[in-house]
Structure formats: structure tokens, C-alpha cells
Design a protein around this ligand. Structure first.
Ligand code: E4P
Length: 217
């Protein structure tokens, strides 16, 4: 499973990239707001850190304007993925932009039917939001699993990009049900290293090592 980082924090992206943890990056208008930076400038910097797909989101509501914004965003770098919302206009923009050879990430997906029509419109990635479904007491992971089954049933090549990933458990479940990609904030990716038994075991090793009186260096 590929790891995308869901942030515009370039220092965090660099740190994870140095460890081989970054296969791509996702941003959205809220993430750009949080960064406090200009969208074109910060996106260009992110594209210089990773050669993987970097999602930059359009902000207009009608297809024509989305297409114009998508073309402008795609000029930033070759690895830009234009992110469009899962609306009828977003699907029209997806069809045109993917027809021009641009990568397109269709975002804000909350149902199997939405994922199905995004694939038919030529989406490179479909972004089902796990956490936001869980927030309203629906099962985000079940949606990932259902989309996997539908895409496999019909051989769709659209990649399932599990989004709104909020916990280490979400990451493990995404890998188990066969998401192609998951995108998570840096803190969630770093938390994947944590286990209480690792901490406990290490504490014991430290104590026992001190008792040996030995040194390696
Ligand atoms: C990524 O493409 C999404 O915009 C992001 O994962 C949304 O996450 P959130 O629901 O935690 O804001």
C-alpha cells in the first residue's frame, strides 16, 4: 500500500520522505489554510520534495472553471494530481482533465455509487473519506472494502486512495482490505511505529543491559 501524506507542512514531508515513507502528498483548501502559505508556492515546494503524485484541489463549483483551475495547477509540476470534488461538475472536469493526460483525484467520496461513476469518468484516484463517515456513525472501512470489490469485479484501474485516515488502526485496516493508497497526517504515520509492548520490552532490555556493566561503543 502506498503512503501519501495529508499535509502542506514541508518540514514534516521532508522528514517522512527521508525515511522512504512518502509515495505522494494530498492537500485540500483546509490544509492550505492551515499552512498559511500561497497555494502555488507551497505546492511547488512540495513537488520539489517528492516525485510522487501531489494532489492540489480546485475550488470552483462549475466544470468550466474547475478545468481552467486544474490546468493552471497542473502547470506547477509534472507530478501534480488535480483534485476535483465528487459532484456532476467535478466528474465533467475529471473526464476532460484525465483526457488531457493529467492525473485526477476525485475527492469527497462517501458511497460505492460515487466511486463507480468517478472510475467511469476516468479518475486516477478515488478518495473515500473514512474518518468523516465514522464521525456520523457509519462504517468508513466498509466503504473501502465495498469499493475494492466493485472495482475488482469490473477491472477498473482507478486507485482507491483511502482518505480522512485518523488512526493507526485505520491504516492497518486499509492495508487489510486492499486500499491502493492511504493518505494520513504526519502524526498518524509516525504513530505506526508505536506499540506498548515495544516500549515495555525496551525498558526491560535497558535495565538488564545496565546490569551487565558492558558497553558496545
Ligand atoms: C485528503 O485528501 C482529505 O482531504 C483528507 O484526508 C480529509 O481528512 P479529514 O476528514 O481528517 O479532514
Amino acid at each position: 500500500m502506498k503512503f501519501f501524506v495529508d499535509t502542506a507542512d514541508v518540514d514534516a514531508i521532508r522528514e517522512l520522505n527521508d525515511l522512504g515513507m512518502v509515495d505522494g502528498v494530498t492537500t485540500n483548501p483546509s490544509i492550505i489554510l492551515k499552512s498559511g502559505r500561497d497555494i502555488m508556492e507551497v505546492t511547488r515546494e512540495i513537488c520539489s520534495i517528492t516525485s510522487g503524485p501531489v494532489s492540489a484541489e480546485v475550488v470552483s463549483m462549475n466544470a468550466e472553471a474547475m478545468i481552467a483551475e486544474g490546468r493552471k495547477l497542473a502547470e506547477i509540476a509534472e507530478n501534480i494530481t488535480v483534485k476535483v470534488p465528487l459532484t456532476w461538475d467535478g466528474l465533467k472536469a475529471c473526464k476532460v482533465l484525465s483526457g488531457e493526460g493529467k492525473m485526477v483525484n476525485v475527492t469527497l467520496c462517501f458511497s460505492v455509487n460515487q466511486a463507480l461513476i468517478a472510475a467511469k469518468a476516468g479518475a486516477t484516484f478515488i478518495s473515500p473519506f473514512i474518518g468523516r463517515l465514522d464521525d456520523i456513525n457509519l462504517d468508513g472501512m466498509e466503504l473501502i472494502s465495498d469499493i475494492r470489490q466493485v472495482y475488482d469485479n469490473y477491472g477498473f484501474e482507478t486507485q482507491i486512495l483511502a482518505a480522512s485516515v485518523r488512526s493507526a488502526n485505520h491504516v492497518a485496516q486499509c492495508a487489510l482490505v486492499g486500499a491502493d493508497v492511504m493518505t494520513a497526517p504526519p502524526a498518524v504515520i509516525k504513530a505506526l511505529a508505536n506499540h506498548v509492548l515495544t516500549d515495555k520490552g525496551l525498558e526491560q532490555f535497558e535495565k538488564d543491559w545496565a546490569k551487565t556493566g558492558q558497553k558496545i561503543l
